[in-house]
Design a protein around this ligand. Structure first.
Ligand code: SAM
Length: 315
């Protein structure tokens, strides 16, 4: 016991931190671990002026992810324009790796899900997602109650008032309605802090639509081929028959760029046998999906490097 405590103290003194739960918005990695990756000249310079510890997002748990992912001139996440209302309307949906919840909330608002749950491994991001949900509700309420609103012909606001005034609508959209009313938004959207790569026995919930957008690489780099297969099998089990998976996988070149985010990622990167171009075959032939349809080959309206294909797999 004493020896273990002493060992921990020595590690702390050297600046090595033990990874426990995912850090909120990134992890501070040990300065000496970071140095090993630098060329020698840089290492020497680094030693001279001790650099601040670098924050590393080992799970892709970036803060303000959307501010650098989406082109400045584009108003909404271009992935939303690709998605069809029938994939979400009246459906129970799951967004794996929801980050700050912006896509989750937008999907609920735009496509009238019955429910949508966003889960993320980073507790801080889940908190921010709830904050964004409350903010989104406040903005909608603000729009509708302010004097300004009566003058501004905001169809979203008008439609939401109409729905609220008609109890018979039961939260269902009228044909002209363009966005979910605020009370429904708060009821239908929820977030949960969870590592999705968990036990396969915990698959009692059922969903019609599962989103797995720009998450596969992070699962792959942290839990290897087994973790990735576990994730795909779990998604299949959670889906109802006829349910769909919307998968946006990162290319192998992007794995190469992130292989050094942690010692775990470095080791997993070396042992990975599956490549993103194998995912389709894996999902169809091994996991059991019936069909695959390419929704887009390359997404426009995103910053270079984020123009990834989106594929729909049907159970
Ligand atoms: C690059 S972001 C993508 C965010 C969002 N899906 C999108 O495309 O806009 C990856 C997200 O997946 C989360 N993540 C990574 N591994 C996870 C896991 N095992 N379980 C749950 N979330 C995870 C990260 O915390 C991060 O928020």
């Amino acid at each position: 016991m004493a020896a273990a405590a002493e060992g921990r103290k020595q590690q702390e003194a050297r600046g090595v931190r033990k990874r426990k739960d995912p850090p909120s918005h990134g992890q501070t990695i040990a300065a000496d671990e970071e140095e090993q990756r630098q060329p020698q000249r840089q290492q020497e310079e680094g030693r001279k002026r001790r650099r601040k510890p670098k924050t590393c997002f080992v799970y892709g748990n970036y803060k303000s992810y959307y501010s650098y992912r989406i082109d400045r001139n584009v108003k909404e996440d271009p992935r939303l324009a690709l998605f069809k209302r029938e994939w979400f309307e009246g459906k129970d949906c799951l967004d794996i790796g929801c980050n700050e919840g912006l896509i989750t909330i937008s999907i609920a608002k735009k496509f009238f899900c019955q429910s949508i749950l966003g889960i993320d491994i980073d507790a801080g991001l889940v908190e921010t997602a709830y904050w964004n949900l409350r903010k989104s509700a406040r903005m909608k309420r603000g729009n509708c109650t302010s004097m300004e609103a009566s003058r501004i012909q905001d169809s979203e606001c008008v439609n939401s008032l109409n729905t609220n005034a008609d109890p018979a609508s039961n939260g269902k959209p009228s044909s002209s309605q363009t966005s979910l009313p605020v009370d429904e938004l708060l009821k239908r959207v929820s977030f949960r802090h969870e590592n999705f790569v968990g036990s396969l026995r915990e698959c009692s919930e059922k969903y019609d639509t599962v989103l797995c957008l720009s998450v596969a690489k992070w699962v792959h780099l942290n839990w290897g081929d087994d973790g990735l297969i576990n994730m795909f099998v779990k998604i299949w089990r959670l889906l109802r028959p006829g349910g769909i998976l919307l998968l946006e996988a990162q290319p192998w070149s992007s794995y190469k760029r992130n292989q050094n985010v942690s010692a775990t990622a470095r080791a997993q990167f070396k042992s990975i046998c599956l490549r993103p171009h194998n995912f389709r075959e894996l999902l169809l032939d091994k996991v059991g999906f019936r069909s695959a349809e390419v929704i887009t080959d390359s997404l426009s309206g995103t910053v270079v490097g984020f123009d990834r294909p989106v594929v729909m797999f049907c159970k």
